[in-house]
Ligand binder design. Structure first.
Ligand code: C5P
Length: 206
């Protein structure tokens, strides 16, 4: 069983994907970490003329065994990720790893932006998770505060909006709900309720 979980920044898709993976006993891949790792690798060259070339090289040489680096979870890494994510050859370099992960025997859960549209259009179940931008900002703020990070909510809101706009406009992206995706709006749902709703969708689709 392959479950695709897509949606914008801080929509709750990562938490839901992990919950679904636990519920169905499947491995889970947070594909945003791949883009974050590439962005992080070229951080020092953000304004350099060869930024693109460096990002492509970083994507092609990415060590997928080291995605648990806490530095990849920062807002800065998210913003850099969305900058490298518009580069077509970067997306192509990351494609095979994601595709292989999806097709492993027994199935998998993958969360990202283009899982249901590009990486695995044949996924058994596709979920597109959304929530209004204020709710997403508030969730991300609480996550960061729980880690002891001081949060400027106004700046965070604009950071998320800016990243969403760049992602939606990404000509190489595929960031839209697949025709056969189930839409799940989590604005008014806590984690448990959202997971129950997602499990009901997956069970109903099998
Ligand atoms: O999901 P997360 O917020 O970690 O993703 C970081 C960035 O990586 C996104 O804003 C997006 O630009 C990019 N991304 C992507 N395709 C994916 C996953 C993430 O373009 N499948």
């Amino acid at each position: 069983m392959i479950i695709a979980v897509d949606g914008p920044a801080a929509s709750g898709k990562g938490t839901l994907a992990a919950g679904l993976a636990r519920h169905y006993g499947l491995p889970c891949l947070d594909t945003g970490l791949l883009y974050r790792a590439v962005g992080h690798a070229v951080e020092a060259h953000e304004d350099a003329p060869d930024f693109e070339a460096r990002a492509i090289a970083a994507a092609q040489g990415l060590d997928t065994g080291h995605l648990d680096n806490p530095e990849l979870t920062t807002a800065r890494a998210g913003s850099l990720a969305s900058k490298v994510a518009v580069i077509g050859p970067v997306r192509r370099a990351l494609f095979a790893f994601q595709r292989d992960f999806a097709l492993q025997p027994g199935g998998a859960v993958l969360d990202g932006r283009d899982i249901g549209t590009v990486i695995c259009p044949e996924a058994d179940v596709k979920l597109f998770i959304d929530a209004d931008s204020k709710a997403r900002m508030e969730r991300r703020a609480r996550q960061l505060e729980a880690r002891g990070v001081k949060v400027d909510r106004y700046a965070l809101y604009h950071q998320i909006e800016e990243r969403d706009a760049r992602d939606r406009a990404n000509p190489n992206g595929g960031f839209y709900p697949a025709k056969d995706a189930h839409l799940l709006d989590t604005t008014l749902l806590d984690i448990e309720a959202a997971l129950r709703a997602a499990v009901a969708i997956v069970d109903g689709a099998m």
